[in-house]
Design a protein around this ligand. Structure first.
Ligand SMILES: *Cc1c(COP(=O)(O)O)cnc(C)c1O
Length: 374
């Protein structure tokens, strides 16, 4: 038995649309699927513009550049996230300021974010931007952060790479800040193999992003470039895959949510397990299903449980290791406790679109077996 964590689900028009690219010879960075994919995603989020990129990391990097983040600038970001939320800050020569998470959503703590901004403003050291991550699909409590950003003219970026389809107080994730970034990596809700997109309501930013990701061509005929650009454009073949995947997005989210509800029901009776939260103001796409293990009550800690699950073919994964521990980031002050607390306890369980009820039951049975053996 092997139950993977989160695999792509290819059951629709993927073959057909890719074949269309090959048949018509539109394989590279120009072609109708790129525009179509940008339109589909931006319409779905309810924003005016979408700019497709080679991956989510490139989308975040481009968003930071477009919003004017540069050398010496400070950017607030949660410590509990995937490293691709933070590396682009460094590509810009700026510095991350790590913020702690809150227990209920696993996301950046709004109060601590506001306190940090107020402190920095007082010292004349106003941050340039905040990156809010919607971790594992659960929306961050972004309104209080958006308010303080507005007050001090600080740019707000959503790293929505894990939360396509999630909603915050009824509003789509990805429409809540200045620019939002999505990823279509193989493990994300929908995939283009590798790919990403930034979305925004601001035409100037969208145009600038489009310019930067295509080598900053000022006069393409005569090869005139007046700025350093990047080769970050998504190809037509990848976009074709994305268009086909997108046609099934509602079904994918439905599957993720059903899986989460099933796990919640089966796991909530087991002592020592806290099931995946969903705040009353949130609609979670449940990209990755998460649990917290309390060692005292459960009998073993999350790391031991993880090892034993993996040995038995249940491909659970630990939470991201909080990034202020990484050698290149240790030089930055960080007052972080909750993120570490969550990291010690957190596990993600298998939840591919298309996972069967039997497989979910097997995951739960295996967890119970391991608990009883201890
Ligand atoms: C996947 C992911 C990214 C980056 O996406 P890629 O397409 O893999 O570059 C960024 N941030 C978070 C939180 C992610 O999970």
């Amino acid at each position: 038995m092997r139950i993977p964590l989160c695999e792509p689900y290819i059951k629709g028009n993927e073959w057909k649309y890719i074949k269309d690219c090959l048949d018509t010879n539109w394989v590279s960075s120009v072609g109708t699927y790129v525009n179509k994919f940008e339109e589909l995603v931006s319409d779905y989020i309810g924003v005016n513009y979408g700019v497709a990129t080679v991956n989510g990391t490139a989308a975040i990097h481009t968003a930071l550049m477009v919003l004017g983040v540069g050398p010496g600038d400070k950017v607030l970001v949660p410590s509990l996230t995937f490293i691709a939320s933070v590396n682009p800050i460094c590509y810009c020569g700026a510095e991350p300021v790590f913020i702690d998470s809150e227990v209920n959503t696993f996301n950046i703590d709004p109060e601590k974010t506001i306190d940090k901004i107020e402190q920095m403003v007082k010292k004349g050291n106003k941050p340039k931007a905040v990156i809010v991550v919607h971790l594992y699909g659960h929306p961050a409590d972004i309104d209080p952060i958006a308010e303080v950003c507005k007050k001090y003219d600080i740019k707000l970026i959503e790293d929505a790479t894990e939360a396509l389809g999630s909603k915050y107080k009824g509003r789509m994730v990805g429409s809540l800040g200045d620019i939002a970034c999505f990823s279509f990596n193989g493990n994300k809700l929908i995939t283009t193999g590798g790919g990403g997109m930034l979305v925004t309501n601001n035409k100037k930013w969208a145009d600038h992003a489009r310019y930067l990701i295509q080598q900053a061509k000022d006069d393409p005929e005569n090869f005139i470039h007046n700025n350093i650009g990047y080769n970050y454009r998504l190809t037509n073949i990848q976009a074709a895959l994305g268009v086909a995947q997108f046609e099934n997005i509602e079904e994918f989210i439905e599957s993720k949510r059903t899986t989460a509800m099933t796990y919640n029901k089966l796991l909530s009776k087991i002592p020592g397990i806290t099931v995946n939260p969903e705040m009353e103001w949130a609609y979670n796409c449940f990209w990755l299903y998460s649990i917290l293990i309390d060692e005292k009550e459960f009998g073993i800690n999350s790391k031991t449980l993880l090892e034993k699950l993996n040995l038995r073919g249940v491909m659970a994964r630990p939470f991201f290791k909080p990034l202020h521990h990484m050698p290149m980031f240790r030089k930055y002050d960080a007052d972080i406790h909750v993120a570490d607390w969550l990291w010690e306890r957190g596990l993600n369980l298998p939840c591919s679109v298309g996972i069967t009820l039997e497989e979910i039951q097997q995951v739960v049975d295996t967890i119970c077996e391991i608990r009883e053996e201890k």
